[in-house]
Design a protein around this ligand. Structure first.
Ligand SMILES: C[S@@+](CC[C@H](N)C(=O)[O-])C[C@H]1O[C@@H](n2cnc3c(N)ncnc32)[C@H](O)[C@@H]1O
Length: 213
């Protein structure tokens, strides 16, 4: 049977990059700075940033939960799409990386929309539940250690409101995670997650990392 899908090769990817909306100057500066870092590949790509911003704007989302902030590209893309009263809780364990993030958030004028929580995200999610934030968030973006995805997903199901959105990255593997992909059944996590989703609860989407060019 003929393959009905167009394969994403470098040429097509470059075309898409060249024809997407312009990247905000501060996002670009942060992306280029992060690319020089040893772990720079962990950063989401510009088109993923556009997609996140589009989803936030389309949902008119105001309350966001992010697990895995790194140097803050996804956080910034989301924060810029929020209204001024919108808030994003950004969870990470590394305060050196989030310090870089803060510099760029401040320069972009959206730092007051971002509440950074430095602690293992499992703890932060538990704390948010203890604070009574069940069904509080419009959208959860999960982009952290794959070994805890199941816990993050379960936490997000409780914390995100019915009709909200849960986004998990890299469920289907990518070149950036060859070692983990050998050991972690993220594909089954995705399938199980879909099965456990209540009809009235949040939607789930997953996006893969595309190769950087
Ligand atoms: C793939 S990066 C996130 C990339 C980020 N979304 C971006 O756009 O640049 C994963 C992040 O998860 C964080 N992380 C790893 N284990 C964690 C944990 N147990 N709790 C919270 N954050 C964790 C890492 O410190 C790292 O910054």
């Amino acid at each position: 049977m003929a393959d009905k899908f167009t394969h994403m090769d470098t040429r097509l990817y470059c075309y898409l990059l060249a024809h997407q909306p312009p990247e905000h100057d501060e996002l670009k500066m942060l992306r280029l700075r992060t690319q020089t870092m040893p772990d720079g590949r962990m950063q989401i790509s510009p088109e993923q940033g556009h997609l996140l911003a589009l989803l936030v704007a389309a949902m008119a989302a105001r309350r966001i939960l992010e697990v895995g902030t790194f140097t803050g590209y996804s956080t910034l893309a989301i924060a810029q799409a929020l209204p001024p009263e919108g808030r994003i809780i950004a969870c990470d364990i590394n305060d050196e990386w989030t310090a870089i993030a803060c510099e760029h958030w401040k320069r972009a004028g959206v730092a007051d929309r971002i509440d950074v929580r430095i602690a293992p995200a499992v703890e932060t999610l538990g704390l948010l539940e203890a604070e009574g934030r069940t069904s509080h968030f419009d959208l959860a973006f999960i982009d952290a250690d794959k070994t805890s995805y199941d816990t993050y997903y379960e936490g997000a199901l409780r914390l995100v409101r019915p009709g909200g959105l849960i986004i998990l990255t890299t469920c289907f593997g990518a070149a950036a995670w060859p070692i983990q992909m050998k050991t972690i059944p993220t594909q089954s996590l995705y399938e199980n997650s879909i099965r456990r989703l209540q009809p009235t609860s949040a939607l789930i989407v997953s996006f893969c990392r595309l190769p950087a060019v």
